[in-house]
Design a protein. Structure first.
Length: 114
């Protein structure tokens, strides 16, 4: 069983920055990718960013150039540096880890005020 624990969410003004962290523990075998989704009120959960075991990154168009994903493989931890935040970035951010299946964290709230 895999456990993912997110941290780093909070309230920030538009234009500000936050850094999310997600630490994985438990029965972790071969990690394929780790990444982030988000869900805004009244909307479906959507892809934000991911990073592969080889360090290849992918981003949603809406965050490209503003968000940066990275990972510390030794710590099984993934980070999401979020800069130039906008009110539309307000959402619950969920971390995931993909091996043969996919495990999810409990989510962390990010609120961007205008």
């Amino acid at each position: 069983q895999v456990e993912l624990v997110e941290s780093g969410g909070g309230l920030v003004q538009a234009g500000g920055s936050l850094r999310l962290s997600c630490a994985a523990s438990g029965s972790i075998l071969s990690i394929k990718t780790m990444g982030w989704y988000r869900q805004a009120p009244g909307k479906q959960r959507g892809f934000v960013a991911q990073i592969s075991s080889g360090g290849i990154t992918m981003y949603a168009n809406s965050v490209t150039g503003r968000f940066t994903i990275s990972r510390d493989s030794a710590k099984n931890t993934v980070y999401l540096q979020m800069d130039s935040l906008r009110p539309e970035d307000t959402a619950i951010y969920y971390c995931y880890l993909a091996t043969t299946g996919r495990s999810w964290g409990q989510g962390t709230q990010v609120t961007v005020s205008s």
